[in-house]
Each structure stands twice: as C-alpha cells, then as structure tokens.
Design a binder for this molecule. Structure first.
Ligand SMILES: Cc1cc2nc3c(=O)[nH]c(=O)nc-3n(C[C@H](O)[C@H](O)[C@H](O)COP(=O)(O)O)c2cc1C
Length: 453
C-alpha cells in the first residue's frame, strides 16, 4: 500500500529526497517555529474524520512544508496526518492526492492575488461558498512592504504606471483545462488590477471560459479593471464583477454569489425598455436560459446606447448587471429593492412595481428610482395583473416623490385616463409593438402622452 502511494507521488518524492528534508517517519516533523504552529493544528485535527475536502492548494502547502520551503499559509484547519501515524510525510501527500482524485472535480476555480490579505479573505469565503478549487497567484519576485509603499516611488506604482509590465508568476498553474468558471480576485492598485493579473490573463486561453472578477480596495470601484480585463484577452463570457471593502463579511460574499447564475437555471425572458423616460416592455415568454436573456440584453444595450436610451431589464437582476444594463425593474415578489441597491450601486436605475400606497412608500424608502403602477386596463400581455383605479394612482403619486409610470392595457385611444393622475410617463407593449407601423405608433403615443402629463 505504501509503495503504491510513493509511486503516486513519484515526482514529489524525488524532490524531497534530493533536498534531504523528508522528516523521518518516527521523527517529530517540527522544523521551524512556523512548522511548529502548523503541527499543533495537525494534532488538534487528529480527531477529524477522513471526509475532509482538500484542494490543490493544500497539496502545494504540504509539499512545500515537506520540502522545507517557507509555507506562507499556516497549515491549519485541516488534518494533514491522513494516515494518523504522528507525522506528516509523502504518504500523507499521496493520500491527499488520492482524495482529490476521488472528489468530483469542480468546474470552478478561484484565482487570486493578494498582497496584504484582504482579497485573500474574500477569496476564502468564495471558495467555501462555491466549493471551487483555488489557485494563488504569487510573484516570482515577491512584493516587499517597500514595494507597495504607494506614497513613494515604489515598485507597485512604477508597474501600475506602465501598462506593458508583466511581473513573472512564481509557480504558474499548469493548465486551466477542466475549469469553466474562473473567479479572478485582486486588490485595486491605482484604480486598476495589478499588472501580475495581466500576466496571468495572458498566460492562458479564456476564450471558452466564464470569468468573474472580484476585488478589494480602499474605495475605488471595479469598473476600470473590468474593462482592462475585457480588453486584454478574448474571454468567452465575462460576468459583472464585484468590489468588496476589506471589512466585507462572508454573508456579503454570499449575497453576491447567490445572484450569479452558476448553475445555469432557466428564466423567463422579459425586457422593459425605457425610451426617453417612457417605459416599453418587450415580452419573450418562452423559457430560455437566463444566459440568453443576458445575451439579448447585451444586443439591446448596444442599440439603446446608440440612441442614448437607457436599458432597463425586467425582473432579472443578474441579467441586468451582467449585460451592464442601466437598471432593472422588479415586481413586489422579486428581490428587495434595498438588496439590489446594495448589490448594484447608486448609479443603477431600480424601478419597482407598486399596487398600493403602502407598497409605493416602501419601494421609495428602499431606494427605488421610479414606480410602475397599474394595471389601469386589462392587458393581453399580463392577464394576471390586478386592476388599479385612477384614484389609487393619484394617491400614490401624491404620496411619493419619485416618478410614477402608469401601466396596464394603455393604448392611444384610452391613454387619456392618465390625465390628472400625476404620473411622469406611461409604459406600453401592444400599443406600440402590436401596431403595423411601430415607429409611427411610438411617435404618436409619445406626442399624446406629453400633452397628458
Ligand atoms: C500600490 C497600491 C495602490 C493602491 N491603489 C488604490 C486605489 O487606487 N484605490 C483604492 O481604493 N485602494 C487602493 N489601494 C488599497 C488596496 O486596494 C486595498 O488595501 C486592498 O484591499 C488590498 O488588497 P490585498 O490585501 O488583497 O493586497 C492601493 C494599495 C496599494 C498597495
């Protein structure tokens, strides 16, 4: 059995032997104070059963330890003495590798660079939450404290000032094959990703991968680095990233992860276009994947940008964020407005449906930018919509201070109902899209609405 394990770890064994650092099997493996702290973790872990999950990083840690290399991460929290013989050795490494091979492979990888530990903390939360594998980007020439003294002419500053610098990576991961989704984490350095992230990106093929950036920073956002990443190499699908402060909790990371369509669940495809302040809903009621909605929104966004019209995606917050739409419109049963605001930031437009004065006040208090209120008439595009009287609409508009858009079965002929209701606009579908001449119908309706509000 032990022979088999040695074979499994053949290359590593050769390395250890030549370095002469393999601890004797009867010896206490403690070699340095750092290793001593690691050993106490191992002893404490003896009682933990063998079902622990190990990552490639754990193998690397144990291997470094056995080679007598400095172990940057303390070997704690996991039982490294897999065969319970009182010391850590290549047999444990072999067993660990076996476990990794037996474990169903994750198609997700969390890759991160972290100089002072903030990004690493977020990455660890992410790894725990997604059960992804992990890989730490380390510089071949590590960044010393002086190297990141950004008030001085330090190495980090010089690198950030030169877009062509590509710091060498110490121990590049051999291949990204087998990983479909890569979370890529880094600190913000002068508003951007550290250049070593560019080294990483240029070292592999991401053209069929989903890449999800995340970062930590003092205050800067992630947008510039997201654009740099998108411009640097072809990426199959780059999802909207997330910036975290150093103080972010595991729950903050969870809230973000929960919005990411990692398991490709299906979703209804409905879009609501906001055209110069007037809302237009386009409905695709087939059950295509959420990804397709994002793709549609991306195409629509390109058109909307051309005509300087904001794009609001209906219901699907993730698709709205992933397509860099200008906002999302949510119903009373969808995600809380406050939650979306926290997730998407202040510049994101959030519209909320309100059927009552209470709902309207609540949505405004949570940070909604506008309200959609109706249905003033029955609508073939939403037969389940509950009717709303013009009186209720008036009560809502006189209670809230944010714009209110009337909706529900509105046509050129019946739209006079909004007169005197205090609304800022009207949302329609059929009144435009079901007409033979869509452009003319939109123009006429727009003219009429202008006179009514
Ligand atoms: C060289 C350098 C430049 C930085 N530039 C910015 C910046 O432009 N904006 C910002 O908000 N924070 C900036 N920071 C702060 C880091 O982004 C922040 O401390 C981050 O959480 C560090 O992550 P880490 O612990 O994973 O290395 C900078 C830090 C360094 C060292």
């Amino acid at each position: 059995m032990k022979k088999f394990m040695v074979l499994l770890t053949g290359i590593a064994v050769l390395g250890f032997t030549s370095c002469g650092t393999v601890p004797e099997r009867t010896e206490n493996p403690v070699q340095t104070p750092m290793h001593a702290s690691a050993l106490s973790a191992s002893a404490a872990d003896e009682t933990v059963d063998a079902e622990n999950i190990y990552s490639v990083q754990d193998i690397r840690n144990l291997q470094d330890f056995l080679l007598g290399k400095p172990v940057e991460k303390p070997l704690n929290g996991k039982p490294y003495d897999l065969n319970h013989d009182g010391c850590w050795d290549v047999f444990d490494l072999g067993l660990m590798k076996q476990k990794i091979q037996a474990k169903p492979a994750s198609d997700m990888l969390v890759v991160y660079f972290s100089r002072t530990g903030n990004t690493e903390k977020i990455a660890q939360y992410l790894i725990d939450l997604t059960d992804a594998d992990s890989y730490v980007i380390e510089a071949a020439v590590p960044y010393s404290d002086e190297d990141i003294q950004y008030q001085t002419d330090c190495r980090a500053n010089r690198e950030q000032n030169d877009k062509t610098v590509r710091p060498e990576i110490a121990d590049p991961i051999a291949s990204l094959d087998g990983y479909d989704t890569i979370f890529l984490g880094y600190p913000i350095w002068w508003g951007q990703e550290p250049r070593i992230i560019d080294t990483f990106l240029e070292s592999y093929d991401f053209s069929d991968k989903t890449v999800i950036p995340f970062c930590t920073s003092g205050s800067s956002g992630i947008a510039t680095s997201e654009k740099n990443i998108a411009d640097l190499v072809p990426i199959g699908n780059q999802l909207a990233g997330r910036r975290f402060p150093a103080s972010a909790t595991k729950n903050d990371v969870k809230e973000w992860v929960d919005t990411i369509p990692l398991n490709k669940e299906t979703a209804e495809t409905r879009l609501l276009l906001s055209v110069n302040g007037q809302e237009l809903t386009a409905s695709f009621s087939d059950s295509t994947a959420a990804k397709e909605l994002t793709e549609k929104a991306l195409k629509l966004k390109a058109i909307c940008r051309k005509y300087n019209v904001p794009l609001i995606v209906n219901d699907d917050v993730r698709a709205a964020i992933d397509s860099s739409a200008d906002g999302v419109h949510v119903g009373a049963d969808d995600m809380d407005v406050a939650k979306i605001r926290k997730l998407a930031g202040d510049n994101f437009i959030i519209g909320a449906t309100a059927k009552t004065v209470e709902q309207a006040k609540n949505a405004q208090a949570q940070g909604a930018d506008y309200l959609g209120c109706g249905a003033l008439f029955a609508s073939s595009t939403k037969q389940s919509a509950k009717p709303m009287t013009p009186d209720t609409l008036k009560q809502i508009t006189s209670t809230v201070t944010i714009p209110v858009v009337a909706i529900g079965g509105l046509t050129y002929d019946n739209i006079d109902i909004i007169s005197g209701c205090g609304v800022s606009g009207a949302a329609v579908v059929s009144a435009v899209f079901a007409q033979d001449d869509v452009k003319n119908a939109a123009e006429m309706l727009k003219e009429k609405i202008k006179k009514l509000i």
